[in-house]
Each structure stands twice: as structure tokens, then as C-alpha cells.
Design a protein around this ligand. Structure first.
Ligand SMILES: Nc1ncnc2c1ncn2[C@@H]1O[C@H](COP(=O)(O)OP(=O)(O)OP(=O)(O)O)[C@@H](O)[C@H]1O
Length: 232
């Protein structure tokens, strides 16, 4: 489903399975090849999760048909399940870019004017990244939920311990990183930074070097065991 192929619906019988890319609570993902030689990820779920799968298909189709790089939030979608397991890192062919990031698993996402994810379902996702206002009887699901998750992920990526306590973070992170993180982790969801604001933050726009090619992730099932480690 990550291909830019013009024909969206494919006959599954024509897809050749090359290997397994990953597995989650709701299904497993295999690497398949179309008769045209295109590589794709195919998600298979139990019938009881078919609504989630259909929603994922609708959302991916929506972004496939307009522009891959558009901000999810501007279009009224909330992912609701952002966490490292749902951020996929691909090699990029764009000069000067580090890599290409893609979001996976829209099974819990909120569509524009669509219902909130079922009560309790967000705990099946990545609870450690869940915003405080997204739980409880009066829960509020808005784009701010994803921004909170982003803040938690950035703290984790920077390798900081200390239980996410603000006093510890403010002393440990660079002032630029701390400013970014604290804007994501504002408890009052209405005062939290938006994706648009964060995109112009210096933490996002700083210039960092491109890593050597061999550091870019390669699907494990394509490497025949040559590259160790897990596929993102
Ligand atoms: N397009 C893709 N390309 C490569 N790997 C993928 C792709 N989509 C998913 N995966 C891998 O499969 C894993 C599970 O996928 P996904 O999150 O969609 O399944 P899920 O059952 O809905 O998971 P969860 O338990 O989070 O609900 C991901 O964490 C990722 O490692």
C-alpha cells in the first residue's frame, strides 16, 4: 500500500510474497511484488479488524490521490497512535535529505468529522505516547494528541532518561531541543504547539549531515541476513 501505483486495487493472487516485514496486534505485514516488479507492503488482518483495515485503506487512498507530503492535520486527520513502531524510515532519493519517513498504521486514526477511536482502544496502540486528554470519560481527540506523542518520541530518540520530568529535561537537553519538546508536551492541549508551528522551529530546521549509505535501514527480508537488526 505504500506504492505510488496508479491502480489502487490489486488482485492479491497476482502478488508474490517475498518475506515478512512486521507484525502487530491487528495483523501482519508482508513484502510483496506486483507483476510489474513494484515492491509493496501488504497488511493482512483478522476479519474482526476489517473496519480498521478499511479505514486505513480509505486514508491511504486519500493521501495517495492528492499529495503524499501534505500535513495530515491540515486535512483534518489525527493519527492517534504515533510511536516509533509506526514511523517507517526509508532510504531517500532526494538529494540532501536524510531519509524518507512514512507513517504506518492508521487503524486507530480519526478521520475528518469521523467518530473518535473507541473508548479504551488507544491503549491497544502505544499507551506510553498517549496524551493525557485522550484518556478518561471526557477525553478529547484532536491533532494535539499527535503532537504530545511526537514530544515523547523526541525525548526517547535523544536518549534521555529521568521519567520525562521537566526539570531533568530542561537541564539535560540543548536549549533548542528542550524548547521543541516543551512545546509538544504542554498539558493544556489547546495551548500545545501545532504541527505547522513546529515545522518552522529551529530544532526541525537545523542542518545535520547525511549519514553514510550503509546506515540507512534495509528490509531484513531483502538482505538475506547480511545486515543485522530490525527493519523500521
Ligand atoms: N509499509 C510498511 N513497510 C514496512 N514495514 C511495515 C509497513 N507497514 C507496517 N510495517 C511493519 O509492520 C509492523 C506492524 O504494522 P502495523 O502497525 O500496521 O500493524 P498493526 O497490527 O496495526 O500494529 P499495532 O499492534 O500497532 O496496532 C510495523 O511496526 C512495521 O514494523
Amino acid at each position: 500500500m505504500s506504492s505510488r501505483s496508479s491502480s489502487w486495487m490489486l488482485d492479491p493472487i497476482t502478488l508474490r510474497k517475498l518475506g515478512c516485514l512486521g507484525q502487530g496486534e491487528h495483523g501482519y505485514i508482508s513484502l510483496v511484488q506486483t507483476t510489474d516488479g513494484l515492491l509493496m507492503a501488504k497488511k493482512t488482518s483478522l476479519r474482526k479488524y476489517s473496519e480498521n483495515l478499511e479505514k486505513e485503506q480509505r486514508i491511504l487512498h486519500h493521501f495517495n490521490s492528492i499529495n503524499f507530503n501534505i500535513d495530515l492535520h491540515k486535512d483534518g486527520y489525527v493519527h492517534c497512535d504515533l510511536g516509533p513502531e509506526n514511523m517507517l524510515i526509508f532510504p531517500t532519493y532526494t538529494h540532501g535529505e536524510l531519509c524518507e519517513l512514512k507513517l504506518a498504521d492508521f487503524g486507530l486514526a480519526k478521520e475528518p468529522n469521523g467518530p473518535n477511536p473507541l473508548d479504551g482502544s488507544l491503549f491497544e496502540g502505544c499507551p506510553a505516547y498517549l496524551a493525557p486528554e485522550a484518556v478518561g470519560p471526557c477525553r478529547i481527540i484532536s491533532s494535539a494528541v499527535d503532537i504530545w506523542s511526537l514530544g515523547v518520541m523526541v525525548i526517547e530518540m535523544l536518549g534521555v532518561n529521568g521519567g520525562g520530568r521537566n526539570d531533568y529535561l530542561s537541564q539535560t537537553l540543548s536549549s533548542m531541543a528542550w524548547d521543541f519538546v516543551r512545546k509538544c508536551k504542554v498539558h493544556d492541549w489547546e495551548s500545545r504547539a501545532t504541527a505547522e508551528e513546529l515545522l518552522s522551529h529551529p530544532f526541525v530546521n537545523q542542518s545535520i549531515g547525511v549519514p553514510p549509505f550503509e546506515m540507512l535501514p534495509v528490509p531484513y527480508c531483502l538482505t538475506d541476513g547480511v545486515v543485522q537488526g530490525r527493519f523500521f
